[in-house]
Design a protein around this ligand. Structure first.
Ligand code: PEP
Ligand code: MG
Length: 312
């Protein structure tokens, strides 16, 4: 059970909540609150400070996920008709490779002083992953040549947040050490529902059978390849979703810090076998509403005091 973070002030939440580390550090926040592009030294000092505050706990730095709804005020960006489908995240980084390289070097250098993992956002195809891995290898070679130390065994993962990535998860799994399901985007792209549009929020549906089957496919592909899968989207911070995700075989949850204690409490009161039964039911079921009702009932039964049902 890990936390999501994006600022140095978030890091003490690890110790306060008893989480195992940071499963998603959104590095773009530093870029979004700055008035100019953060220099490599500024990036490095933030990553070092985060690792220092995290102690020996692991921190997964996600490389820049800008564009789309995350605009940098100091960078001219052409207006796009469909920003969510546009020039963003890994697409931006691979084209603006000087920015990407600087960040990779900062993360690699920081990895000498802590327990670091790195992951790429919005992978949609194999090429993006192989190109990103090549850039990391080039940055490592440059650092080695310059005698700068870094963690040679730094684990690299891919976020799975686009249905195409799920369908080629076997290929991706051979080239990374872990997957992290970004369900906020995975739901948006699977159901063609803008995650920011309130008018269609009723269609934004984590228990849609299509979403659950995609999660299952991802976990299966990962496990076949001997790697693990986490979930770092908001779905993992919803108590009712916990038995479903565990039953589907997810290995790690990275959640909103405030929810670590209640979700830990719920997990401790669930049997894995009942979670697996729920997941098996969900994978056969045609109705999202029915899946949700069953999932909520299981959590309410397992932890009635949390839901008030057992209150005297
Ligand atoms: C996600 O898409 O689920 C995710 C964790 O990334 P973000 O919310 O930053 O897009
Ligand atoms: Mg995302």
């Amino acid at each position: 059970l890990m936390i999501n973070a994006g600022l140095l002030v978030d890091v003490p939440h690890i110790a306060e909540t008893g989480a195992a580390g940071i499963g998603l550090f959104r590095t773009e926040l530093q870029f979004m609150i700055a008035t100019a592009m953060p220099r490599i030294s500024e990036q490095l000092s933030l990553y070092r400070a985060v690792l220092d505050a995290a102690g020996d706990k692991p921190v997964t730095f996600r490389t820049l996920d800008i564009g789309g709804d995350k605009v940098l005020p100091y960078m001219r960006q052409e207006e796009e008709e469909n920003p969510a489908l546009g020039w963003r995240a890994i697409r931006f980084c691979l084209q603006e490779s000087a920015i990407f390289r600087a960040q990779l070097r900062a993360i690699l250098r920081a990895s000498a002083e802590g327990n670091v993992k790195l992951m790429y956002p919005m992978i949609s195809g194999l090429e993006e992953l192989t190109q990103s891995n090549e850039l990391v290898e080039q940055c490592k070679a440059e650092l080695r040549a310059a005698g700068v130390s870094f963690d040679e065994n730094l684990e690299i993962g891919a976020m799975i947040e686009i249905p195409s990535a799920v369908m080629i998860a076997d290929s991706l799994a051979k080239r990374v050490k872990f997957f992290s399901l970004g369900t906020n985007d995975l739901i948006q792209y699977t159901l063609a529902v803008d995650r920011l549009n309130e008018k269609i929020a009723y269609l934004y549906d984590p228990t849609h059978p299509a979403v659950l089957r995609l999660i299952k496919l991802t976990v299966e592909a990962a496990h076949r390849a001997g790697i693990w899968t986490g979930v770092c989207g908001e779905m993992a911070s919803d108590p009712a979703m916990i038995p479903l995700l565990l039953g589907l075989g997810v290995d790690e949850l990275s959640i909103t810090p405030a929810l670590v204690p209640p979700i830990k409490y719920i997990i401790r009161r669930l049997q894995l076998s009942e979670c697996q039964e729920l997941a098996a039911f969900a994978l056969e079921c045609e109705s999202s509403a029915e899946i949700l009702t069953r999932a909520q009932a299981l959590v309410a039964r397992a932890a009635p005091d949390w839901f008030g049902a057992g209150a005297k």
